[in-house]
Design a protein around this ligand. Structure first.
Ligand SMILES: Nc1nc2c(ncn2[C@@H]2O[C@H](COP(=O)(O)OP(=O)(O)OP(=O)(O)O)[C@@H](O)[C@H]2O)c(=O)[nH]1
Ligand SMILES: [Mg+2]
Length: 223
């Protein structure tokens, strides 16, 4: 029984990787850069996207796919910030998005008008780490209220990510959170991580974040 379970999982992952390759190809043909935002619940993914849509939504042609276990609250929040389509995926219990869901979401998005695609994954620091969605990179958020040991407790997520956003910096004076230890913990599992330090709520650090997004778009032209 145990062996059969493993085989099924391997087949599912192989199928996902094939579909992720299709997503990646479609995005490359359209010259769209895609980032997969991952974090534990409540780290500030939607808040960061709200601010990003306000500042860059039109300039960078941003489209968003949101994943939630239940409700389309995040999609509704983000749709208030843009005239572009925000595609909601309700996973109905699954703790992550998969490439098939992103592929069908792409059918609804006008890729010719899109240069930057954000996928807001389900809030979970474990499951989304294993699923390639066809993104250019995973961006992991964690906030100063979560404890500086999170990268050590959930190493796969930090290993899979290329960028890390340390959010809720405005709360740093109010919580016992050692910033240097947090960064060292993340770098110990992934020395190549590039960091952003933000308060998505109040705006601290967002200029650097916006400049990074602008520069990523400038480097990408359709293949
Ligand atoms: N103080 C402070 N609060 C923040 C910041 N960013 C987000 N929040 C608050 O944190 C809570 C959760 O923020 P969301 O943006 O909904 O978090 P999320 O990661 O999208 O949550 P899920 O989608 O449920 O995983 C909200 O009450 C936000 O207002 C920040 O930089 N500082
Ligand atoms: Mg959210």
């Amino acid at each position: 029984m145990a062996v059969r379970t493993i085989e099924v999982r391997e087949k599912v992952m192989a199928m996902n990787n094939e579909l992720a390759a299709v997503v990646r190809q479609r995005l490359a043909e359209a010259g769209v850069v895609a980032f997969n935002l991952v974090s534990s619940p409540g780290s500030g993914k939607t808040t960061l996207l709200e601010r990003t849509l306000d500042e860059l939504g039109e300039e960078l042609g941003i489209a968003v796919v949101t994943g939630d276990v239940q409700t389309q609250n995040d999609a509704d929040r983000l749709a208030r910030r843009t005239t572009r389509l925000v595609q909601a995926v309700v996973t109905g219990g699954a703790c992550h998005l998969d490439a098939r869901q992103v592929l069908s979401a792409l059918d609804a998005i006008d890729l010719q008008r899109t240069r930057l695609l954000f996928v807001e994954n389900v809030g979970n620091l474990v499951c989304p780490a294993s699923w390639d969605l066809g993104e250019e990179a995973k961006i992991v958020l964690f906030s100063v209220t979560e404890g500086e040991d999170k990268p050590l407790k959930y190493p796969k997520m930090f290993r899979e990510a290329r960028y890390a956003v340390l959010n809720k910096m405005d709360l740093l004076p109010h919580v016992p959170f050692d910033l240097d230890s947090a960064v060292a913990a993340a770098r110990s599992v992934n020395p190549d991580l590039t960091f952003f330090f933000t308060s998505a709520l109040h705006g601290e650090g967002l200029t650097t974040w916006f400049d990074f997004l602008r520069s990523r778009i400038r480097q990408t032209a359709p293949v």
